[in-house]
Design a binder for this molecule. Structure first.
Ligand SMILES: NC(=O)C1=CN([C@@H]2O[C@H](COP(=O)(O)OP(=O)(O)OC[C@H]3O[C@@H](n4cnc5c(N)ncnc54)[C@H](O)[C@@H]3O)[C@@H](O)[C@H]2O)C=CC1
Ligand SMILES: N[C@@H](CC=O)C(=O)O
Ligand code: NA
Length: 437
């Protein structure tokens, strides 16, 4: 059975929905030539119009479920976000025998296992390239391009809003809240921006990347998640003095003890490519045993960059529909019955070098007590900077860079340091990733 026209319904006409509609319209001829079929948006479900998007004569319903009930629609594009109505939309579309394209990482990370199973049962496909790293074709790269590899690890800047905030704070000295407001106005942020700044969005994306890389079911609750809200301009400055940049990374690593899954601010040597990825750009570094390191870079958010990925998924499905094929590639790149149960490494076992910042009394003996505490835990010091005291102050910032240490030992060292009379307040700490394999 072949189709010359593939009919698409779009639910949600916000930033990404509007961008998708516009890209499909603007590049219609080229897209049709690639897909082997014209792609026609026959029905849009939107609570309100999008001024950036002229829907012309396309049917628009205020009730998004009218799009699913439309028998003409073959591919349902879910771009409303969240995990409540969006989940219902996707379930109903699959049950109605429609293929689904979504940009919704929260939905895939939290409910992907059941949705993929439902899709398989219904003989349809879910595609979700836009869900991770916006326009970068990282899902396709992991699922198909790197299929010959055993993936060793991956590390990525996978939240555009967070990277935009860190870059603007570092380069222009701007305030956190001011940059976040701009990211929201530019359409980069999630409907609830705490997802961006608390690392939840990056955790959603990391769990998807990890499942594709290591062939395991999605396990969102297993990801260790820290955001960027606790970072201070001082940490950014001191890290640079030591030759590092601070980036918010998602890291998934295969180790002897299982898989590490973690999202947190990280010091990266300034010469590494990832350290130089700025603004709303994302980048994912993937190390495969056969290919070695590979790097994927591009816009991580925004209307048309994200639409680029949504449209690529529509084209993939349209190719299958026009050729009369189905489910050419499994949702997570591995046959569903071959997904493996793997151990997720507890954070207490994770080993990295560390950056620590503390405030100490400026008097003899303090440094040696700190050095003794580290040495008692088998942690060696790589660098130590004592800053000059501010005028009228008798306390000084002390910055310590350690060699690789297991988090459990570092927890104990930090507790002992914080208990010293000569140390005020808490010790701030950030993991370091050399990113050298
Ligand atoms: N904005 C970006 O750069 C990116 C967004 N995403 C994902 O794409 C999805 C959409 O995000 P955005 O376009 O940024 O959001 P948005 O808030 O701009 O658009 C969502 C649209 O859905 C509509 N909507 C929500 N619930 C509805 C309902 N019950 N009935 C009818 N309409 C409803 C809203 O009115 C809005 O127009 C989310 O899952 C997001 O995580 C993914 C990659 C990048
Ligand atoms: N809010 C997200 C949007 C893309 O996934 C981000 O900033 O990366
Ligand atoms: Na992508």
């Amino acid at each position: 059975m072949s189709a010359q026209v593939v009919k698409v319904g779009i639910c949600g006409l916000g930033t990404v929905g509007g961008g998708t509609f516009n890209v499909l319209a603007r590049n219609a001829a080229e897209i049709a030539a690639r897909a082997g079929a014209a792609i026609e948006v026959v029905h849009v479900g939107a609570r309100r119009d999008n001024p950036a998007c002229d829907t012309g004569s396309t049917r628009v319903s205020r009730d998004i479920f009218a799009v699913i009930d439309d028998p003409e629609v073959q591919i349902l594009v879910e771009l409303i976000g969240g995990t409540t109505v969006a989940k219902e939309v996707v379930e109903k579309a699959l049950a109605a025998g429609k293929h689904v394209v979504t940009a919704n990482k929260a939905l895939i990370a939290e409910f992907g296992n059941e949705l993929f199973a439902q899709a398989e049962q219904c003989g349809v496909t879910i595609r979700y390239e836009a869900a991770v790293a916006g326009g970068i074709p990282i899902i396709k790269a992991l699922r198909e391009g790197l299929a010959g590899n055993r993936i060793e690890w991956l590390a990525g800047i996978i939240n555009g809003t967070g990277n935009f905030i860190l870059s603007e704070m570092r380069d222009k000295g701007r305030e956190f809240d001011d940059v976040l407001a701009e990211a929201q106005a530019l359409g980069y942020a999630e409907a609830d921006p705490t997802f961006d700044v608390e690392g939840i969005d990056a955790a959603h994306k990391l769990v998807i990347l990890a499942s594709l890389a290591f062939g395991m079911p999605l396990q969102f609750s297993a990801v260790y998640t820290e955001g960027i809200t606790e970072l201070t301009p001082q940490d950014v400055e001191y890290a640079e003095e030591l030759g590092y940049r601070i980036k918010h990374l998602g890291i998934a690593k295969q180790t002897g003890g299982g898989i590490e899954l973690r999202v947190h601010p990280t010091l990266i040597p300034e010469k590494r490519l990832l350290a130089n990825v700025n603004g709303v750009k994302n980048a994912v570094l993937v190390e495969g045993d056969a290919v070695g390191p590979t790097l994927y870079y591009g816009a991580g958010a925004g209307a048309e960059p994200t639409a680029s990925a949504v449209v690529a998924d529509i084209v993939d499905l349209a190719r299958e529909l026009s050729a009369g094929q189905q489910c050419r590639v499994p949702a997570l790149g591995f046959a569903s019955e071959k997904l493996r149960d793997v151990r997720i490494v507890p954070m207490t076992e994770v080993v990295t070098p560390w950056y620590l910042r503390m405030v100490a009394e400026d008097r003899p003996g303090v440094l040696s007590r700190i050095a003794t505490i580290f040495s008692d835990q088998g942690i060696s010091i790589e660098a130590l900077i004592q800053k000059a005291p501010a005028e009228g102050e008798d306390r000084v910032p002390l910055i310590v860079l350690t060699n690789r240490a297991v988090q459990g030992s570092m927890d104990q060292a930090v507790a002992a340091i914080e208990a010293l009379d000569s140390i005020s307040g808490e010790v701030a700490r950030i993991r370091v990733e050399p990113l050298d394999g």
